[in-house]
Design a protein around this ligand. Structure first.
Ligand code: SDX
Length: 426
C-alpha cells in the first residue's frame, strides 16, 4: 500500500495512501492525532474527503458528473428521475420488472397523513416554502415510528421510499397553501413527475392534463438535481445520520442547509438577480459589483467548489432552457440576459482566473419560471429532487460497518484558562 510521510516537530509519521476506483487518492489520517498530537486544519473541507462513497463521482477540472458510473448528460437525455432514483439507491439500472415494482412502491407512498395538512395551517400564507418544508418534513418522523429503526435495512428502505414519494406531495401542498388553493390528493395513474405537476397546478374544479413537454422538462430537472457527492446539504444529512437520528430528521436538516443562497438557494437568487439586471446593458454594472471585494454581491448561479470547468448540469440546462421555452412558445428576456451575462463573465479575467463558470443554478430558474413556478418554489424543487441523493447517501453511510458519529475538532484561539472574577471586583 502506498504511504505518505508527515513530519511533525522533526519526527516522521507514515500514513497510508488509499486509492479509489478513480479520482484523487486520499491520505488516511485517522490515526494522525493519536500518533502526533496534532489535528489537520481544513475549514470548508476544501481538501478533505469525509467518507468513502460509490454513488456519485465528480471530476471538477474535466466537468464530469457520474451517477454509479453513468454520465449525467446520458442520464438526463435517456433516463427518467425514477430510474435514476433506483440507480442511486441500488447501484444498477433497473430491469423492466424492477422498474415497474419500484415505481409502483413509490406511487403507493405518495399520500401523507391527513394530520400533516393541519401543520400547514400554522404558517402564514406568505411563508417561504422552504420554511414549510423544513417543518413538515421533520414532522414526518412523528408519523412513521414504524420505519425509524436505522439498524433495520427493511425499515431504512421503507423510510427512503416514503421520503422520495412524499416530497412532491408536500412541495405541492406548500405551493397550494401559498396561493390559497386546496390541496390535491396524489393520482396513482400518473407518473411521479406528472403526479407532482397535477398536485401543483391542477384544481379540484376541473381535470388536469399533464403536458408532456413540461413533464419531460421537469423530470430532466429532477434528474440533474438528484445527487452531487458530498455537497453541504448531503454532508449535513450524513452528519445528522451519524448520530443515529431518524432519516426524516436528517432530510429536514439537509433541507435547511440547502436553503442557503451559497447552495441550493442560489437558483432562486440567480433568477432574482437576472430579473434585477433586467437588460443586457446593465450587465457591466453587476459584473463590477461581483468583482468588488467591498461588495458582498456575488454572481448567483456562478462558481463552484468542485467544478473549475463547466458544470455539466448547466450545459444540459442551457440547451433545455431554449428547447422548453421554444416548445412552450414563451420568450423570456431573462434568458437572453442570462446568455449575455454568461458570455460577458467568461471573457472577463476575474472569472477566467478563478475558473468561475455557470453552475446548475444559473439556468434552472428560467425553465422553472416558464413552467409556472414562482421563484420562492425553486429551492423546494431542488430539495424534492435531492431527497433521492440525501437518502441514498444516508443509507450508504448507515450500512457502512466503519461508520461512526462525525465529531470534528478545532484550532482553538480563545482565552486560555483563567479564574472567575467576582462581580464586585470587575
Ligand atoms: C450548489 O457543492 C455542490 O456540489 C453544490 C451543488 C449541488 O449540486 O449540491 O452543486 C449546488 O450549491 C451550486 C452553487 C450555488 N451557489 C451559487 O451560485 C452562489 C454563488 N457562488 C459562490 O458563492 C461560490 O462560487 C460557491 C459558494 C459556489 C463556491 O465557493 P468557494 O468554492 O468557497 O469559492 P470561494 O468563495 O473561495 O471563491 C473563490 C474566489 C473568491 O475570490 P478571491 O478571494 O480569490 O479573490 O472566487 C470568487 C470569490 O470571491 N467567487 C465569486 C463567485 N464565486 C466565487 N466572485 C463572484 N461571483 C461568484 N459567484
Amino acid at each position: 500500500m502506498a504511504e505518505s510521510t508527515i513530519s511533525v516537530d522533526g519526527k516522521e509519521f507514515k500514513t497510508p495512501v488509499l486509492s479509489g476506483s478513480t479520482g484523487p487518492d486520499v491520505i488516511d489520517i485517522r490515526k494522525l492525532y493519536g500518533q502526533t498530537g496534532v489535528f489537520t486544519y481544513d475549514p470548508g473541507f476544501t481538501s478533505t474527503a469525509s467518507c468513502e462513497s460509490g454513488l456519485t463521482y465528480i471530476d471538477g477540472d474535466a466537468g464530469v458528473l457520474l451517477h454509479r458510473g453513468y454520465p449525467i448528460d446520458q442520464l438526463a437525455e435517456k433516463s427518467s428521475f425514477m430510474e435514476v432514483a433506483y440507480l442511486l439507491l441500488n447501484g444498477e439500472l433497473p430491469s423492466s420488472d424492477e422498474y415497474q415494482k419500484f415505481t409502483k412502491t413509490i406511487t403507493r407512498h405518495t399520500m401523507v397523513h391527513e394530520q400533516l395538512a393541519t401543520f400547514f395551517r400554522g404558517f402564514r400564507r406568505d411563508a417561504h416554502p422552504m420554511a414549510i418544508m423544513c417543518g413538515v418534513v421533520g414532522a414526518l418522523s412523528a408519523f412513521y415510528p414504524d420505519s425509524t429503526n436505522i439498524n433495520d435495512p427493511v425499515e431504512r428502505t421503507i423510510s427512503m421510499h416514503r421520503l422520495i414519494a412524499k416530497m412532491p406531495t408536500l412541495a405541492a401542498m406548500a405551493y397550494k397553501y401559498s396561493i390559497g388553493q386546496p390541496f390535491l390528493f396524489p393520482d396513482n395513474s400518473l407518473s411521479y413527475t406528472g403526479n407532482f405537476l397535477r398536485m401543483t397546478f391542477g384544481v379540484p374544479a376541473e381535470d388536469y392534463v399533464v403536458d408532456p413537454v413540461i413533464e419531460s422538462a421537469m423530470d430532466k430537472i429532477f434528474i440533474l438535481h438528484a445527487d452531487h457527492e458530498q455537497n453541504a446539504s448531503t454532508s449535513t444529512v450524513r452528519l445528522a445520520g451519524s448520530s443515529g437520528a431518524n432519516p426524516f430528521a436528517c432530510v429536514a436538516a439537509g433541507i435547511a442547509t440547502l436553503w442557503g443562497p451559497a447552495h441550493g438557494g442560489a437558483n432562486e437568487a440567480a433568477l432574482n438577480m437576472l430579473r434585477e439586471i433586467g437588460t443586457p446593458d446593465r450587465i457591466p454594472e453587476f459584473i463590477a459589483r461581483a468583482k468588488n471585494k467591498d461588495d458582498p454581491f456575488r454572481l448567483m448561479g456562478f462558481g463552484h467548489r468542485v467544478y473549475k470547468n463547466f458544470d455539466p448540469r448547466a450545459k444540459v440546462l442551457s440547451v433545455a432552457a431554449t428547447e422548453v421555452l421554444d416548445k412552450l412558445g414563451i420568450s423570456d428576456p431573462v434568458l437572453d440576459t442570462a446568455r449575455e451575462l454568461e458570455q460577458f463573465a467568461l471573457k472577463d479575467d476575474y472569472f477566467i482566473e478563478r475558473k468561475l463558470y455557470p453552475n446548475v443554478d444559473f439556468y434552472s430558474g428560467v425553465i422553472l419560471s416558464a413552467i409556472g413556478f414562482p421563484t420562492s418554489m425553486f429551492t423546494a424543487l431542488f430539495a424534492l429532487a435531492r431527497t433521492v441523493g440525501w437518502v441514498a447517501q444516508w443509507n450508504e453511510m448507515i450500512a457502512d460497518p466503519e461508520q461512526k458519529i462525525g465529531r470534528p475538532r478545532q484550532l482553538y484561539t480563545g482565552p486560555t484558562q483563567r479564574d472567575y472574577v467576582a462581580l464586585e471586583n470587575r
